[in-house]
Design a protein around this ligand. Structure first.
Ligand code: NDP
Length: 396
């Protein structure tokens, strides 16, 4: 019998289950763009479209785990030594967490978890786990690669439009009973014709390019590896061999690289100031890719015309986190990858990984981040070989 410790975000303040806006979600093809198969567990015990990512949703896992004789503990209490998370860590064989409400699995915490064999991200991004420490402790780290990539790409499109069209202030005029069109439009532009730079042309970056191309923008990208020429031509993307060169030549940047030592605090005052005055940054990757206060300063001075994203550090952020109130922001809590549509996919992927893990079958290569004491599968491509030593994993 295994103990599975699952950290999920709190239930809706209005109670669980919520009143759903729709009765179903669309059925998708069985493969993602590029050929990877969607999650394929032997069975699921939830209705696709249900709220699964919060405590009462339990990722739809309770019936399955308990029928196999396992113990499932679900909590949202994840921070500090007195948290439920730390209380149950010593007896846990498996930890499941979502990047939206990350259970930071630092080296200290891993030392308190002698039975831990699997750290599973229900979603994408394992930077909340200290990968070096996981490798040393022989813990397998896995995530449900691709499960919410399109969800994030759609959010990035929305946030680019939001900023450039000055949507939030205009909406506020409407709901507050006013009608000052000049105020609404004095910061509103069309995105058509803008230079848009995408940092990292991975699954999300490429999906964003595909969705932005019909807007008639000029697409640019930087990645550590250049895409094949035919993909560049198909997406209409111009390659830049450094972030610095990309930053100088675009009006909008959307960030889609993982948080690794090379991207930690990449956007500092110098890089932001090298951009055209009035540029926009959208960041749905990880907050620590930015120097927090340099973003605030650039918005205050007008060097940046807007900043949007859904990733913060830490999560949840303090009530007085400056990104909540900085000018011209269109921030959301960390929601882009946890739509009800995305939850159906990553809950199914989580179930698939658990089925394989308990049957001692190898996990799909694309779901592996750390295995056998080293980076493996997707992890070997996405994370640096010296692990992920960013403060994202410390929980501070
Ligand atoms: P992928 O692994 O498909 O793509 C990541 C890309 O980043 C790869 O092309 C990789 O290049 C490139 N890359 C790696 N290091 C660098 C670097 N130093 N500079 C520039 N590019 C680099 O990942 P996804 O597209 O699926 O996800 C990207 C990130 O988005 C995740 O790591 C996660 O942090 C974030 N995310 C956020 C979500 C949200 O809800 N907001 C949900 C899902 C993901 P190569 O492989 O060629 O080395």
């Amino acid at each position: 019998m295994a103990t599975v410790l699952c950290v999920l975000y709190p239930d809706p303040v209005t109670g669980y289950p919520p009143k759903y806006a729709r009765d179903s979600i669309p059925q998708l093809p069985t493969q993602y763009d590029g050929g990877q198969g969607l999650p394929s567990p032997e069975a699921i015990d939830f209705k696709p479209g249900a709220l699964l990512g919060c405590v009462s949703g339990e990722l739809g896992l309770r019936e399955y785990l308990e029928s196999q004789g396992h113990k499932l503990i679900v909590t949202s209490d994840k921070d500090g030594e007195d948290s439920e998370f730390e209380k149950y860590l010593p007896e846990s064989d498996v930890v499941i967490s979502q990047p939206f409400w990350p259970a930071y699995l630092s080296a200290d915490r891993i030392a308190k978890a002698p039975k831990l064999k699997l750290a599973l991200t229900a979603g994408i991004g394992s930077d909340h786990t200290d990968l070096d420490a996981a490798m040393k402790a022989g813990i397998t780290v896995a995530e449900v690669t691709y499960s919410n990539s399109i969800s994030v790409a759609e959010h990035a499109v929305m946030q680019i439009l939001n900023l450039v069209r000055n949507f939030v202030p205009s909406h506020e005029w409407a709901v507050n009973g006013g009608w000052n069109i000049a105020d609404c439009v004095s910061r509103a532009y069309d995105v058509e014709g803008f230079d848009v730079g995408i940092i990292a042309a991975g699954r999300i970056g490429r999906a964003l390019a595909k969705r932005l191309k019909p807007f008639g923008v000029h697409l640019h990208y930087f990645d550590t590896h250049r895409l094949p020429e035919e993909v560049e031509n198909e997406l209409g993307m111009t390659f830049h061999d450094s972030v610095e060169n990309l930053a100088e030549n675009v009006d909008i940047i959307s960030v889609h690289s993982p948080l690794v030592p090379a991207t930690y605090h990449l956007f500092d005052e110098k890089l932001i100031n090298s951009m055209r005055r009035g540029s926009y940054i959208v960041n749905t990757a990880r907050a620590e890719i930015m120097v927090r206060d340099d973003v605030v300063k650039a918005l205050e001075s007008g060097q940046l015309a807007g900043y949007a994203g859904d990733v913060w550090y830490p999560q949840p952020p303090a009530v007085d986190h400056p990104w909540r109130t900085m000018p011209n922001n269109a921030m959301t809590p960390h929601v882009s990858g946890t739509t009800l549509s995305a939850q159906a996919r990553y809950a199914a992927g989580t179930r698939e990984v658990l089925e394989d893990f308990f049957a001692s079958r190898p996990l799909r290569d694309e779901y592996k981040i750390v295995d056998g004491g080293k980076l493996a599968g997707t992890g070997a491509a996405s994370y640096s070989t010296d692990g992920n030593s960013s403060p994202g994993s410390t929980g501070n």
